[in-house]
Design a protein around this ligand. Structure first.
Ligand SMILES: [Zn+2]
Length: 488
């Protein structure tokens, strides 16, 4: 298959002008087309969709391994269901798209286009779950959801339609449901870091910032190059609130009827993609991790008129050999200069480039370019597949090392308001002693928001940290260590 190579130079400082970098790379690399004529909606293009499809495969295989089973629920939810849980409706109503008519008929009851599927799924759960033998019940669906966002939209980060996976789970005991939150955290790290090389920190949100209808909300936050945190997957301990209004009961082995304990978890694939390109990209364009790049190796034949046939024939043979090994490999056969092809595929973020010329063919030794380090190495034809395999692995390991170090060094302790401000002004995350994540701490969070324009993101749930001394804001004894950052 031929890829279109156009003359391209991309050179924008990601660190200095992240906003411009982000907009420009989306256009140049053809990740999304924003010209669709409904506000807040956009067209995702192959060079992002192909990555997101691989991300879906990875995530769904993790979920299946952990006992979740796939469902496809309707996208429409009757208003009656939606109204059942009062906190939930209060939280989501301003964001719901409603269908009020179809054909020539006006509906007596309007239908919500799902902004999330609790109220679609749980009425069915009440029909399906009967006994403790049916538990745990762990389901998921891959779906798109619609939310009438009133904040400024940004491709992949916030749009009125987005793509995600949602899991909805029922358990016999509160303890079991709490363990699911831990499992969701591990799933998140496995997807984000082990596979996508994106670092994050899993935080339990303050009570004033939880999912409508939940007991607690926890989420993985990562840091964007402009110093703002962005929420990636979030998971919610729902308790029995939804179970009671949707009547999801089971007969326990003590013969008593009980309500189930629930959790739900929602990794937004499109938003994780935003985190991925923002972490790995550089001033020359995208850098895709080897594991998820739609093209892992691009072969660029370098020839003159007299040896064109020979070089292309050899390039095709190498492509065939690598494809047979399971690599995603392509060959650039456009009639443009090799240098232009180099720029183009570097901008597109293809991790490895194999350069094939007459001399390389004769020496049986090719040049392999490593996109992340902007470095060339020689690879022996005999050991080509093994070397590509190794270099692909090393590529992702380097990304992990680099992003992990950067993320960890972005978290700094602060002891005063001035220090918090200094940290977030220099694109960092401040860690502070804080009075409380319950209702009574909200006043201090408001001070931080007003005076520093930053947000209390929450506390760590793994290796929970013990505070010492006083709340940096109000001076009352500190009960918790929290993380503060600017945010999207
Ligand atoms: Zn306080």
């Amino acid at each position: 298959m031929e890829q279109e190579t156009s003359k391209i130079t991309f050179n924008i400082s990601k660190e200095k002008n992240f906003s411009e970098w982000y907009s420009e790379i989306i256009a140049k690399a053809e990740l999304a087309d924003l010209r669709y004529n409904v506000k807040g909606f956009l067209v995702f293009q192959p060079w992002s969709v192909e990555v997101m499809e691989i991300m879906y495969d990875i995530l769904e295989s993790i979920l299946k391994r952990k006992g979740h089973r796939p469902y496809w629920f309707p996208a429409v939810i009757p208003e009656e269901n939606f109204k059942k849980e009062s906190e939930h409706i209060k939280g989501f109503t301003p964001q719901v798209f409603w269908i009020t008519e179809a054909g020539n008929e006006k509906f007596n009851e309007k239908l919500a286009l799902r902004p999330t599927s609790e109220t679609a799924m749980y009425q069915m759960y009440s029909l399906w779950i009967r006994s403790y033998r049916d538990l745990p019940f762990k389901a998921y669906q891959r779906a798109q959801v619609w939310r009438y966002e009133t904040k400024a939209t940004r491709p992949f980060i916030r749009s009125r339609e987005f793509y995600w996976v949602e899991t909805h789970n029922c358990f016999a005991t509160r303890k079991d449901s709490e363990l699911q939150i831990k499992e969701d955290m591990e799933t998140t790290y496995e997807l984000l870091f082990d596979n996508l090389c994106v670092p994050s920190i899993f935080l339990e949100r303050p009570q004033w910032d939880k999912f409508p209808g939940a007991i607690t909300t926890s989420a993985a936050d990562t840091l964007m190059p402009d110093g703002k945190m962005i929420q990636l997957p979030s998971t919610h301990l729902l308790g029995q609130g939804f179970a009671k209004v949707f009547d999801i009961k089971f007969k326990d082995n003590d013969k008593k009827e009980k309500y189930v304990w629930q959790t739900c978890y929602g990794p937004a694939i499109s938003r994780i993609f935003a985190g991925l390109i923002s972490w790995h990209g550089d001033d020359k364009g995208l850098v895709y991790p080897f594991k998820v790049s739609p093209i892992q190796i691009i072969i660029v034949p370098i020839y003159k008129t007299e040896n064109k046939t020979k070089v292309i024939k050899k390039s095709m043979a190498l492509k065939k050999k690598l494809a047979k090994e399971g690599f995603r490999v392509n060959i650039d056969l456009n009639e443009t200069k090799p240098g232009e092809k180099f720029y183009f595929w570097e901008m597109k973020g293809v991790p490895l480039r194999l350069e094939v010329g007459e001399r390389e063919i004769n020496d049986k030794e090719y040049i392999l370019f490593l996109r992340d380090e902007n470095r060339k190495i020689k690879v022996d034809e005999e050991k080509l597949t093994k070397l590509i395999h190794d270099e692909g692995k090393k590529f992702d390991e380097r990304l992990k090392k680099k992003t992990k170090e950067k993320f960890e060094s972005s978290i700094v302790s602060a002891k005063t308001k001035e220090e918090i401000k200094k940290a977030v002004d220099s694109k960092k995350i401040a860690k502070i002693n804080f009075c409380s994540l319950e209702k009574d701490g909200e006043k201090c969070a408001e001070v931080i928001e007003k005076e520093i324009n930053a947000e209390v993101r929450g506390k760590k749930i793994e290796n929970e940290e013990k505070p010492s001394g006083k709340c940096v804001i109000c001076g009352k004894p500190a009960k918790v260590v929290v993380y503060i950052a600017r945010s999207y």
